[in-house]
Design a protein around this ligand. Structure first.
Ligand SMILES: [Zn+2]
Length: 434
């Protein structure tokens, strides 16, 4: 048959397709034509090109709900988008709080338009944006917020701004109470977009306080802010090792007010980063907390970039410094290890992630007619060592490794310099069933 008469431009043949939005889970071929998903079925024939993906899992293009990719503009904090995106097996990145109303045009020109990955923004609440990962507290008080300007920037950039990034943590609260969150909510209500709320201490408190006092004030803050959230708003870093996550540092239990918020439709994003603690995650999950989405939260202070030497004193001074190697696929592996079902883990990075950005009619599924954004991953059995930044190590009997992505039908290898090499567990350690 002549190439011009072929039904498809490309067929991914023989992979295990998992597309929760379509209730699809099994061996199927994926046919692509004109950069769109043309068919998902068994035994597809007639393509200019066929890629054999036998043994691999084929997912809707994965969405990282927590990226920091305003590179060069946000100091050392922002990473190259395609290192976190297509190079890491991810087709869509949601940048959390990099650009502001002042710098959103630069984000469009130098990140969104310059990247192979699809990139959108949860815009910063603060005029200055997310410089150096919010290292300087004085840039992030209520005086540094302009509701009107931010709503205007959102209205001018609806195609790339999908939410608002803000913070609720004890250092800020010791200076300004919950005023920042209230202003963020004002921007949110006026624009109709959700807020994504960082939990867990970032800044030192205004006055020195004891650890117990810090835990108590962090608990009080969580109890104060949870009722202020609307359905569709997102609480991030539930499993943080810093004070102020879902679990009270005093009682060891999930705050009842957080449960109530979740029951009302407030969503939970893991926001992995350097915050994630295996023990806290295990406890919260055992208490019934199910993550809705999973953001990797990689940035310049918790990964090692090419050409970077040993961690400098400047780097380790950042409140979000971390050394445990990770990626979105490692974070997915950890959720599996903690007992989440594979399909539920896939939801966190596909259909659920699309919903928090209000993009469920564009991305997050392999439905016919959608842009051909596809992630192809391997689940490798073995005995693999995973680490967190609290110094805990666990052994997983499988690890997720990205193989390649299709972004609107175009192939990108998972060859990011940020992807950590899987770490084999020492021979005598027995693998724990995930
Ligand atoms: Zn972050």
């Amino acid at each position: 048959m002549a190439a011009t008469t072929q039904k498809f431009d490309l067929i991914l043949r023989g992979g295990h397709v998992v597309d929760p939005a379509q209730n699809r889970d099994g061996l199927f071929d994926v046919g692509i034509r004109d950069s769109k998903i043309a068919s998902v079925a068994k035994g597809l024939k007639g393509a200019k090109k066929i890629i054999d993906v036998t043994g691999a899992h084929v997912l809707p293009g994965m969405i990282d709900t927590h990226a920091h990719v305003y590179r060069h503009i946000t100091g050392k904090f922002g990473l190259e988008a395609d290192w976190c995106g297509v190079g890491s097996g991810v087709t869509t990145l949601i940048d959390q709080g990099g650009p502001s109303s002042i710098t959103i045009d630069g984000f469009r020109k130098y990140v969104v338009e310059a990247s192979a990955s699809r990139v959108v923004s949860f815009i910063s609440t603060y005029l200055v944006g997310g410089m150096e990962g919010h290292m300087y507290d004085s840039l992030h008080g209520p005086d540094q917020i302009n509701v009107k300007a931010t709503v205007r920037a959102i209205n001018d950039n609806r195609d790339i701004v999908k939410g608002i990034k803000t913070h609720a943590e004890v250092g800020g609260a010791s200076r300004w109470g919950v005023e920042v969150l209230k202003l963020a909510k004002k921007i949110s209500r006026e624009s109709g977009l959700p807020i994504y709320v960082h939990l867990g201490q970032m800044w030192p408190t205004k006055k020195r306080i004891s650890n117990e006092q810090r835990q108590r004030e962090s608990d009080e803050l969580v109890r104060a802010i949870a009722p202020l959230l609307d359905p569709g708003d997102i609480l991030a870093h539930p499993f943080t090792r810093h004070p102020g996550g879902f679990i009270s540092g005093i009682t060891g239990e999930v705050h009842p007010v957080v449960r109530k918020a979740i029951d009302r439709g407030v969503l939970v994003d893991v926001g992995h980063g350097s915050h994630f603690d295996f023990n806290i995650a295990r406890s919260a999950i055992a208490q019934g907390i199910v993550p809705y989405t999973l953001g990797a939260d990689m940035h310049g202070y918790n990964v090692t970039q090419p050409g970077e030497g040993k961690a400098s004193a400047l780097k380790s001074a950042n409140p979000f410094f971390g050394v445990a190697p990770f990626s979105l696929c490692i974070a997915m592996t950890e959720l599996l290890m903690l007992g989440m079902d594979f399909t539920d883990v896939v939801k966190t990075v596909t259909c659920n992630a699309a919903i928090i950005a209000g993009m469920q009619n564009e991305i997050g599924t392999l439905k016919r007619g959608r842009d051909a954004d596809v992630s192809v991953i391997d689940i490798k059995p073995g005995s693999w060592k995973l680490s967190d930044n609290s110094g805990n190590h666990v052994i997983s009997d499988k690890i997720i490794v990205p193989r390649f992505t299709l972004r609107m039908g175009e192939r990108f290898e998972a060859d990011s310099p940020l992807l950590p090499a899987p770490v084999k567990a020492p021979a005598k350690t027995k693998a724990k069933a995930a």
